[in-house]
Write a protein that binds this ligand. Sequence first.
Ligand code: ADP
Length: 446
Amino acid sequence: MFRKILIANRGEIALRIQRACRELGIATVAVHSTADAEAMHVRLADESVCIGPPPAKDSYLNIPSILSAAAITGADAIHPGYGFLSENAGFADMVDAHGLTFIGPTAEHIGMMGDKIAAKAAMAAVGVPLVPGSDGELAGLDSARSVAAHIGYPVLIKAAAGGGGRGMKVARETADLEDAFTLARGEARAAFGSDSVYMEKYLDRPRHIELQIMADNHGHVVHFGERDCSLQRRHQKLLEEAGSPAIKPAQRDALGETATAALRKLGYRNAGTLEFLYQDGQFAFIEMNTRLQVEHPVTEMLCDIDLVREQIRVAAGSLLGYEQRDINFDGHAIECRITAEDPVTFMPTPGRVTAFHAPGGLGVRVDSALYAGYFVPPFYDSLVAKLIVHAPTRSRAIDRMRRALDEFAVVGIKTTIPLHQRIVDDAGFQAGDYTIHWLEDFVSGG
Ligand code: ADP
């Protein structure tokens, strides 16, 4: 087992990883930018190293600084969290080259799944169903036209290197195609440095269903069931549930069998998430995330499992030590992502938190690095807290979430707590009968 882990991240996820390390008896090293000198992840770590100025490119994405911090503190492994360097195959390679362990999949798998075209090809080859679309990259507008004519409008142009919902444009009919193609390419080039794009059939009313996987280095792969992440704004998740109100246990088992068999064939290691769109009773793969997800706590609550502990254990070479039949799905869990944003305009609201009170009680979990007196810096992602509840049924989980949101006090900055209160009070949400478009309609008053 590792003696010391450097956590190459900040905020709630850095704390989350520290907690798992502490329970395993592993020492922690925090890294931080000058803007985060007072941050909770720095205060609670065993050691900390300043790795650069506030902009992420100079600090949390600064590979030489992070590797130096690992060397001078004698860390033997690096956990990347999510975002930042977590899906950077070159970083995973360099961590290995420095004789440290990268807590995640191999650089080869990160690279493969980071290119969505390669990911779809790899998944199709091992029997995973895909959203219909182009067979690889679109060479130009002419090939876009012919693929669209073949699969039928509406279609979606997506960036091969895409992420965070960027580089994605819908064409509802032939007349829209040229604009969609040009815009998607331009956005992809600007955001990801590659203008490689592909096409998918645009599904009109799917749910976003994803499956949590864990694999050890010895060929054992299990799944921890699905999460429903359909509640999105601008393709970004806001509230997640486990399990999905739309998926029956037999469907979960069947999807799990397909996915685990596929990853076994690919020789995948560590945690991963397969994302699917689900419509008319069919699952279609869209992408795989080769890291821990923001929304992993709903799965942890549902299955009573510590996913970060499992990541660390398998990265150290341990066997999973259990089988699929040992995993239970118990009750229902919901997560609200609370961000430092105006709940109506979604404008970021960095600033000083003057008072902070986290909700508690049975079945309530708060993953947050906030405290009274903390200044939320303007440089990073606006996520400031995840409120997770677990209860025996979905309806009791909703009651518990309503109660916990009412109890939650973040004073000094605006947050999206009032938006979450409106969502959980809505009869449509309570009915569970929503698609990926539901939230956009809800926030625009439709
Ligand atoms: P990113 O990596 O940028 O998050 P994804 O491929 O994961 O991109 O897609 C993000 C979201 O965009 C999905 O959860 C879904 O809401 C929407 N989306 C993606 N592909 C399609 C599609 N073919 N049809 C309809 N919506 C889609």
